[in-house]
Structures are given as structure tokens and as C-alpha cells.
Design a protein around this ligand. Structure first.
Ligand code: GDP
Ligand code: MG
Length: 379
């Protein structure tokens, strides 16, 4: 190794040497590559880094395939209701207490850690819809390295629709930081937006970059960056300002993005919400778990799912007992599609009670429905 490397390079190299997982190693190598000396004498070094990156990518892909197979077999809790939210926290934070208070689940609440050794499932009612809550056995520092069945537990989180972090008020910020760190290491990002960058393998030779005007680096540099990683035949479609961090995220196929909130369990009546937490996600302090607090919690948990509940009705009839859940932003046309193919084909207009100015107002197919609307379709 040449001695005239930058401090950034040396630090990245240290990260590489300390890295425990393949993903960490890859991240460190990419950093080394970025800071590698560019003079002629360092050619071998650069080539070696590129070689290592290519080999690691292949290894990660293989590992990923195996993991996928394993997930199909062992992991994943069958989803029920309109969405699955996992309760994630460190030992003794109050997960079981919450699950018990919000659902019909019969779980053990105890003052010693690791009481809950298997995921516990409960169904929470919200406006006649059912939301599945799953208490995940406690995460700890090192879960992402497989400690305390971490790989399996993080797999369950990866599969869920949304995440509620359950934090003990006495230690909220510490617990928050540990959980966030473990989740990030497991490639689970909370409340982050997926970059609007699509990277696809291409059947054609060469790199095609679309959306060059969004690049925050010279196009040539990005091309070199990708080529050095062994990515020669790909197309990159960029639809928003993009720096290397965003490009790396788009390249990392293992990343998942989840909506999240924090529930701070205040056992001694002295909780405040640390700014570091509220900057990242909505945080709710729970003191007594009375009806009012439960209502607030249910509302916030429902919001995480980003769906609207729609009650359909037949002309002249009563609204359906149970609502249907559709992605937020759905239209009358989507309601019809979800209900029945025939409705969708013959749809003319609808009447809506709830979000419209007048009860039973006539609306067109393109009308965007809101939560708890009652909808009558006309074919
Ligand atoms: N005072 C008080 N104690 C709580 C509250 N929530 C949980 N605890 C206590 O904290 C301990 C751990 O609770 P548990 O729900 O089993 O935590 P888990 O390990 O995260 O499932 C138990 O002794 C609970 O009684 C709360 O809201 N107020
Ligand atoms: Mg528990």
C-alpha cells in the first residue's frame, strides 16, 4: 500500500478492516474507492479495490438469494387485517403492555427483560377495520449482527407494513439511537424517502444516464464510479437532485423504507420528547394508557399505514358494516376496481357522504376519496 493516502482514505480503510458484515465491508470499500489516490503509482491499489467491490457484490447477491429462500420458509408472519405494524423496542420498554392494551392479545407483562421470546400478535380495531400489531422480541445492540436472534427479528420488521418504536421514557434517546443504528445496519430505513432513481440492468452495452441535469457531480465521475463497481451495462434514470449518497441508496437493493412513529412509555410521569426523536418521526408520550391515550395511539398507528377506509353502500341500502382499505390518494375508480370488475367496467359516477361539500354529492370517477367516506357507485 502506498503511504501517500488521504486521511479520508485511511479512515475508510480502517472501517473496512473493522467491518463485520458484507454490507459494511462494501460500504467501506466504496468510500475507499472515492478517496483513493488518483496518481499513476496507485493504479494497483485502485484496481484491487475495484476487484474487491465486484467480488463483494456477487457475494452479497448470493447471500441475498439464500436469505430470500430462507425468508420464504421460516420468517414472516401471515398478515391479517388492513395492515401489519410491528412494535419494536429494547427489553422492558413496554411493548407487551401496549399490545395488551390495544388488542385482544394475551401476553405476559413482566419486569424482567426478554419475557417475550416469540413474536406476539394481536388485532386492534380501528373504525371497524382490523390492524395487526406484532410485538417483536426485544432488539439489543448487536441484533444486526445476529445477536439474540437478531437476523430473524429484523427479518420480521423488514416484512411489516410499518414500525412503532416503543421507548422507555427514562432512556428514550439512548434506546432510540440503538434501535435506529441496528435498523440501519439491517438496511431498514425509517421515515426516509426512497430516492427517485431507478437503476436497471440493461441488455445494451454501456451506461445510459437519463436525467443528467439532476446530477450533483460531473456525469463522467458518476460513470467512472459505476464502472469501478463493475456496473458496465446499466441504465440509470434520475428524477430528482442526486448526490453520491442517493446513488448508493438506489444501488443498494436490500434497503427497505418504512413509515414509523415513536411511543414513549412514561412510567414515572416525567417524560419529554427529545428533539432528536421528534425531528425524525411523530412521537407520542403514554402515561396512563386510558381511553383517551389509546384513541390517540390508534389514530397515529392507523396513519402509518397510509390508507383510507371506505364504506360502500348500495343505492337505498345501508353502508357496509366493514370498511375496505385503499391506498391514500385512491379515486372512485379505484373503489370500483377493488369492489368488483363489473363495477369498474360499467362505472358512471358515484355519490359520496363525508368528504364532499354536500352529503350524497355526485362525483366523477376521478374524485379522490378520503378516510371514512361512504360511497355509492352507479353503473
Ligand atoms: N408504571 C408503568 N409501568 C409500565 C408501563 N408500561 C410498562 N410498564 C412496566 O414495565 C415493565 C416491562 O413491561 P413490558 O410491557 O413487559 O415490556 P416489554 O419487555 O417491552 O414487553 C413491566 O414491569 C411493566 O409493568 C407504564 O405505562 N407505566
Ligand atoms: Mg414483552
Amino acid at each position: 500500500m502506498p503511504t501517500n493516502v488521504s486521511i479520508e482514505f485511511a479512515l475508510a480503510q480502517k472501517k473496512y478492516e473493522d467491518a463485520k458484515t458484507l454490507e459494511e465491508k462494501l460500504a467501506a470499500l466504496l468510500e475507499m474507492q472515492r478517496y483513493a489516490p488518483d496518481h499513476k503509482g496507485a493504479e494497483n491499489l485502485r484496481a484491487e479495490i475495484s476487484r474487491k467491490i465486484r467480488a463483494l457484490r456477487e457475494k452479497i447477491e448470493k447471500q441475498e438469494e439464500q436469505r430470500k429462500k430462507a425468508t420464504g420458509r421460516a420468517l414472516g408472519i401471515r398478515k391479517e387485517g388492513i395492515g401489519q405494524i410491528v412494535l419494536v423496542g429494547m427489553p422492558n420498554s413496554g411493548k407487551s403492555t401496549l399490545l395488551k392494551a390495544l388488542t385482544n392479545a394475551d401476553v405476559e407483562v413482566a419486569s424482567y427483560p426478554f419475557t417475550t421470546k416469540e413474536p406476539a400478535i394481536g388485532m386492534m380495531e380501528y373504525n371497524k377495520a382490523q390492524i395487526q400489531l406484532v410485538e417483536i422480541p426485544a432488539l439489543i445492540e448487536g441484533s444486526s449482527q445476529g445477536k439474540a436472534r437478531g437476523t430473524e427479528l429484523l427479518g420480521l420488521i423488514r416484512n411489516a407494513d410499518a414500525v412503532a418504536l416503543v421507548l422507555d421514557a427514562n432512556n428514550a434517546l439512548y434506546e432510540f439511537n440503538v434501535l435506529m443504528k441496528e435498523l440501519i445496519k439491517a438496511d431498514i430505513l425509517l421515515n426516509e424517502r426512497k430516492p427517485k432513481i431507478v437503476i436497471k440492468k440493461s441488455e445494451f452495452q454501456g451506461l445510459a444516464i437519463v436525467g443528467e441535469r439532476y446530477l450533483q457531480m460531473p456525469k463522467k465521475d458518476l460513470e467512472n464510479y459505476l464502472k469501478k463497481q463493475g456496473l458496465h451495462n446499466i441504465s440509470v434514470i434520475i428524477s430528482e437532485p442526486a448526490d453520491y449518497k442517493k446513488i448508493d441508496r438506489a444501488l443498494n437493493k436490500r434497503l427497505v423504507y418504512k413509515k414509523a412513529l415513536a411511543i414513549i412509555v412514561d412510567k414515572f410521569g416525567n417524560a419529554n420528547i427529545p428533539e432528536e426523536i421528534s425531528k425524525k418521526m411523530k412521537a407520542i408520550v403514554i402515561k396512563k394508557l386510558d381511553e383517551e391515550e389509546k384513541k390517540k395511539l390508534k389514530e397515529a398507528l392507523f396513519k402509518l399505514l397510509n390508507v383510507v377506509l371506505i364504506f360502500t353502500k348500495k343505492p337505498g341500502g345501508k353502508p357496509a358494516e366493514k370498511p375496505m382499505a385503499l391506498p391514500a390518494g385512491s379515486t372512485i375508480e379505484d373503489v370500483a376496481k377493488a369492489l368488483h370488475r363489473d363495477f369498474y367496467k360499467g362505472l358512471k359516477y358515484a355519490r359520496v357522504w363525508g368528504s364532499t361539500k354536500f352529503p350524497g354529492q355526485k362525483v366523477a370517477k376521478e374524485y379522490v376519496v378520503q378516510n371514512r367516506d361512504i360511497v355509492e357507485l352507479y353503473c
